[in-house]
Design a protein around this ligand. Sequence first.
Ligand code: SAM
Length: 378
Amino acid sequence: MFQPGLHAMMPATQHDEDARMSFVYQLKEHVATKIGPGNKLVYETSVEPAFRKRHGRSPKDRHEVHREMRGQDYWRMFGSLSRLYQELKQSYGGDIVDRQIGDLNQRARGYREQAKKGSLRLDPNLEIPRYQSGVDIHCLPGGYHTERSPDDVTAGAMYDPGVYYFAMGAMGPYNEDMGVSIVGWLKKTRPQFKPRRILDMGCTVGHCTTPYVDGFPGAEVHAIDLAAPVLRYAHARAEAMGKAVHFAQQNAERTDYEDESFDLIVSHILLHETSYRAVYNIMKECQRLLKPGGLVVHAEAPVRNAEIPAFDAFMHDWATHYNAEPFWGTLHDMDLKKPALQAGFAEKDVFVAYTPKLYGGGPGLTGGGQWLLYGANK
Ligand SMILES: C[S@@+](CC[C@H](N)C(=O)[O-])C[C@H]1O[C@@H](n2cnc3c(N)ncnc32)[C@H](O)[C@@H]1O
């Protein structure tokens, strides 16, 4: 089986642990590529014709398709298996981290005490918003923020290899695809743009933060997240990889940076894990934090529910109902330009664009081989 890129913070695995993760990967691949497509057959040959007979039209959106499909045995079987591999991944991943958590916490502490490149600023009083504290996001027990021991890095140590297996390696060896893809897009579309201060919002373990260190040498790179366990891991990981990043525990809706602090603000699959109100607040905060001439870019999966068939929107929506990502569907329904306009960006400066994934779409990733980029120039 393929292996993630290694660094000194990556949890070590033993033979049986690798075998279990390999099983989860193969189960996911099988469910995504061999079982998932059968849902369309069920819909087209039975569910949609029956609905049409009753209503004289097709189901109009993801909600109507869901109401019809959720009673179908095939959909239930697909959903149970999808939920199973997700829970197994978190359970096996948790076992791997649990047996070495003392060492991992100690290693991260060592990087903090001798930080050579970047820094870490934690705020134990930061309030975790309900959209994060109220769910075990994508079945990660306790979400990103739960502290299990002093100086805990559990959530980070689970997330790092976990993303790799969830994406089936399609995000690159260091799960950096969105970061390198945006850097490449910036260099192509704005060759003169040379940001000197960069902020990554919702960085988790810094998978997509470090590509900005490499992409814009000499720039000062900052990264924030709500959750201390992932930030401790992120800081240690970046130090272990020799990348200078200044991490801080902050809410992207309202940070403590001064007005006009950054030339470039980015986020990578942050927005779908927040809330409707938070998306508006985050865009307002980006407007405040950007220098004139600066740029904000948020990357998400390229799902625009209004622009795709109702059945496809329904299939993309699995995580909303069954993987504890309650805001997923609503984000992909939203007119993303509105929060930017309300934040004060000019209409001509607001954009929704697409860029190819550097590593290409894996069989388990939504939307094929590109990222949706939503943002604005100030
Ligand atoms: C899916 S992960 C992002 C992945 C990451 N950007 C990467 O490149 O791998 C979402 C992250 O956003 C963080 N988050 C959610 N809401 C936030 C907020 N309001 N402010 C800062 N971080 C937030 C979560 O704690 C979590 O670590």
